[in-house]
Write a protein that binds this ligand. Structure first.
Ligand SMILES: Cc1cc2nc3c(=O)[nH]c(=O)nc-3n(C[C@H](O)[C@H](O)[C@H](O)COP(=O)(O)O)c2cc1C
Ligand SMILES: [Fe+2]
Ligand SMILES: [Fe+2]
Length: 395
């Protein structure tokens, strides 16, 4: 199978690239595909940690058989039941009917609601140990990162953390599998987008999981998606730590607007120019109707400064801006500074509702929102200079 690589003498990474699925969870675009990883420990006793999404490869079972080289599979450890990882669960049980499925009480409940009653299940509690011979495995529960049953398996022997979805990324593995084999710059945006789309809402639980791992020596991190970290696992831990604390780039500004006939768009560009004149270099402007919400969420997560603009629409915001603001509320992102603008013809609605949104988030509103009636002519845009100052200089 493509991308099958050895992390150590006894630990194999089995990765499957998916360049077919257009939308992850039927929602999040995958322009660069996604990889599903699982891991096989070939010790005195053998253990498969998770599987892959059903149908992503025709030869999953052959790969497992090849690595096992005639041995039987003793354990199937399920760190996460979501079907992009438990997809081949039944295939494994059919091929190795004696296999002992390992998970926690919640794992069992969720597995059984997909695959029926399990004949052999070994329930672990946090901190329990299983010896495979050379490897001693223990378990850290990562409850709600991002499902209730999620746990991480840790080899005390080789200091390897099998981390479930945590530390994962979108993007296929195009030849390189380990962090020292890839150009991470290519993956950074995709990793943040993955984080914000899939895990971001559970940031508090990510912090809980990270707290548990503090003091645990980690030589390698094996997530269920994308890059396997063996050279610099601290780097990915630090990224997840920052994202889950809602830390942002202090000097970065994202401007997102919704505009039907171009007036709100004119304001967006004029405000971007004013902000730029104050020395800000990292400014990105997006049309909410053109750029997918998955990217916009990721950008809002990246930037400390968020500027939102909406034309009025049926006494509310432009519907796609509404969608974005709902997603931000849902994700619970905190601690951003914000400026607002919009356009209307009679009673408004865009800016009025953006203000309500800001109140709900607890973000800091800077300056006086500018709502322009009718054509966005130059004279109506004069207040943008002050708005930009209030926004940029707010610390
Ligand atoms: C479907 C629709 C609904 C609208 N609803 C409102 C509204 O409730 N209140 C208002 O003041 N203007 C409303 N407008 C007018 C627009 O908000 C106004 O034309 C605005 O300047 C458009 O900005 P844009 O050029 O950025 O699209 C509506 C326009 C459309 C097409
Ligand atoms: Fe998941
Ligand atoms: Fe996943």
């Amino acid at each position: 199978m493509y991308n099958t690589r050895k992390l150590t003498d006894t630990v194999s990474c089995i990765g499957v690239n998916d360049r077919v699925t257009p939308l992850f969870e039927s929602m999040w675009p995958l322009p660069n595909g996604v990889a599903y990883n699982c891991y096989l420990i070939n010790d005195e006793k053998t253990a498969l940690l998770d599987t892959v999404k059903l149908g992503t490869t025709p030869n999953f079972i052959e790969t497992v058989e090849t690595i096992l080289d005639g041995k039987k599979l003793d354990y199937l450890i399920v760190n996460h039941v979501e079907l992009d990882h438990a997809g081949e669960f039944r295939t494994i049980l059919e091929r190795y009917p004696e296999v002992m499925v390992v998970g926690n009480a919640k794992t069992k409940q969720i597995l059984e609601c997909y695959f029926g009653e399990l004949k052999s299940f070994f329930e672990v509690k946090e901190g329990d140990e299983i010896s495979l011979g050379y490897h001693t495995l223990t378990f850290y529960f990562a409850t709600w990162v991002h499902w209730p049953e999620v746990m991480m398996t840790y080899s005390k022997t080789e200091k390897i953390l099998f981390s479930a979805d945590a530390f994962g990324t979108y993007g296929t593995m195009d030849g390189g599998v380990f962090d020292d084999e890839v150009n991470f710059d290519y993956y950074l945006d995709e990793m943040r987008r993955y984080y914000t789309n899939i895990v971001g809402k559970y940031s508090k639980f990510v912090q809980k999981a990270l707290a548990k791992l503090e003091g645990v020596e980690i030589k390698a991190i094996c997530p269920l998606h994308g890059i396997v970290w063996r050279e610099n696992p601290k780097r990915v831990i630090s990224l997840y730590d920052n994202w889950s604390r809602w830390n942002a780039d202090e000097d970065a500004v994202v401007i997102i607007y919704g505009s039907m006939y171009g007036n709100t768009a004119i304001i967006a560009d004029a405000l971007a120019r004013e902000i730029s004149k104050l020395g800000v270099k990292d400014i990105r402007v997006y049309d909410v109707a053109k750029t997918h919400i998955s990217t916009l969420l990721s950008e809002v997560w990246r930037c400390k400064g968020v500027v939102l603009g909406s034309c009025a629409y049926n006494a509310g915001m432009f519907p796609l801006m509404s969608h974005l603001t709902e997603a931000i509320i849902h994700a619970g992102l905190k601690d951003r500074k914000v400026a607002l603008f919009g356009s209307y013809s009679w009673n408004g609605g865009g800016v009025r509702n953006l203000k309500k949104f800001v109140e709900e988030t607890g973000w800091t509103l800077t300056g006086e929102p500018l709502d322009v009636k009718g054509t966005a002519t130059q004279d109506k845009l004069t207040p943008l200079t002050e708005l930009a100052k209030a926004f940029v200089f707010h610390k």
